[in-house]
Design a protein around this ligand. Structure first.
Ligand code: P6P
Length: 335
């Protein structure tokens, strides 16, 4: 099949055989994420009408409780994944504990668990800046048919079977990997179909964009301070450009297309970093490495970190290979 104008649905079917474990379950899982993405996208696109439609806590025109968009997004993804009986467990930034899906029901022979950040960067919604959904998919490690346990979720990033994000930006895109490269699909809102618009996405080996909240500079480790100063020096291809949207998915997406590095270091405010390992850093790390980039905690691969808690935080430095390697050099020689 010619790949021009291939839809996400066609792409999933055509590439299903690549995934040797797939009994079609993973394909149905990606399809259900696609559906939830369209539902959330519709609501996110109305966010600017809060004054007309009502803010969270208000009663909207349909007499329903107006929900905060991150709560709404969380519910939509959980409902979509649960109703289709595709997964055996879900963990979410919006849920204190993981959700076990009718595991007592013998019918539930599903083998995948999903971890999600349903609406990352949601504080940007009020100012009409792009936000995203991030998802990470694992095969469970405990026996199929039994209730999932924490161990099914606390898996290293290098065990992920799929990961991706939806960016609700000037256009809405799904970008994901199943370990065979990274592909991006853009939604045609007129007909509600995602089309393959960015096949085989790759980070340029280096770049000239660094993305960090420089307002926290004084709290950064010395190695990060030294790297930021390096970015700002007038030498070789520097000074670099500073671009920070405040939405991980958007900064990552731009850097993957143009080349660049995203940094969320540890600081006195966030001693372990701000971003969550399991449903932000690991999926973005899987995508980064599949796109020939790197994702590090400053000292080693994000995807080698042994998880210890569902909502644990880690520092994240990800993007173009040579830029992340340079950052790691500064972290190793910080004085
Ligand atoms: P700060 C959004 O809250 C987020 O998790 C990422 O999407 C974003 O890159 C970062 O935090 C922004 O954090 O502290 O710079 O506002």
């Amino acid at each position: 099949m010619s790949h021009t104008n291939q839809t996400l649905g066609e792409f999933i079917i055509e590439n299903q055989s690549e995934f040797k474990y797939s009994s079609g379950e993973l394909s149905r899982l990606i399809n259900s994420i696609r559906l939830a993405a369209k539902v959330v996208n519709h609501e996110v696109n109305k966010a600017g009408l809060v004054d007309i439609l009502g803010a969270a806590g208000d009663i909207n025109a349909q007499g329903e409780d107006q929900q905060k968009l991150d709560v709404y997004a969380n519910q939509k993804f959980i409902q979509t994944l649960t109703k289709r009986n595709i997964v055996c467990g879900i963990a979410s930034e919006e849920e204190d504990d993981f959700i076990s899906i009718n595991s007592q029901d013998e019918q539930n022979q599903n083998k995948y668990v999903v971890l999600i950040d349903p609406l990352d960067g949601s504080s940007n919604i009020d100012v009409n800046v792009s936000v995203g959904t991030i998802f990470s998919i694992y095969r469970r490690v405990t026996p199929v048919g039994t209730p999932v346990v924490l161990e099914d979720f606390l898996q290293k990033g290098n065990k992920q079977v799929a990961a991706g994000y939806i960016v609700y930006g000037t256009s809405t895109m799904i970008v994901y990997t199943t370990g065979h490269g990274v592909n991006g699909f853009t939604l045609n809102p007129a007909i509600g179909t995602f089309y393959l618009s960015h096949p085989n996405m790759r980070f340029p080996e280096t770049g000239q964009i660094y993305s960090v909240n420089e307002g926290n500079y004084v709290h950064f480790p010395q190695g990060v301070k030294n790297y930021i100063k390096y970015c700002q020096e007038e030498e070789d291809d520097r000074p670099y450009t500073s671009r920070y949207i405040g939405s991980l998915v958007s900064d990552f997406h731009r850097n993957m297309i143009k080349g660049g590095i995203y940094l969320y270091p540890q600081s006195s405010k966030y001693p372990d970093g701000k971003l969550r390992l399991l449903y932000e850093c690991n999926p973005m790390a899987f995508l980064a490495e599949q796109a020939h980039g790197l994702a590090s905690d400053g000292y080693g691969r994000i995807m080698e970190i042994e998880p210890t808690a569902l909502h644990q935080r880690v520092p994240l430095f990800c993007g173009s290979r040579k830029m992340v390697q340079m950052l790691e050099k500064f972290m190793a020689t910080e004085v």
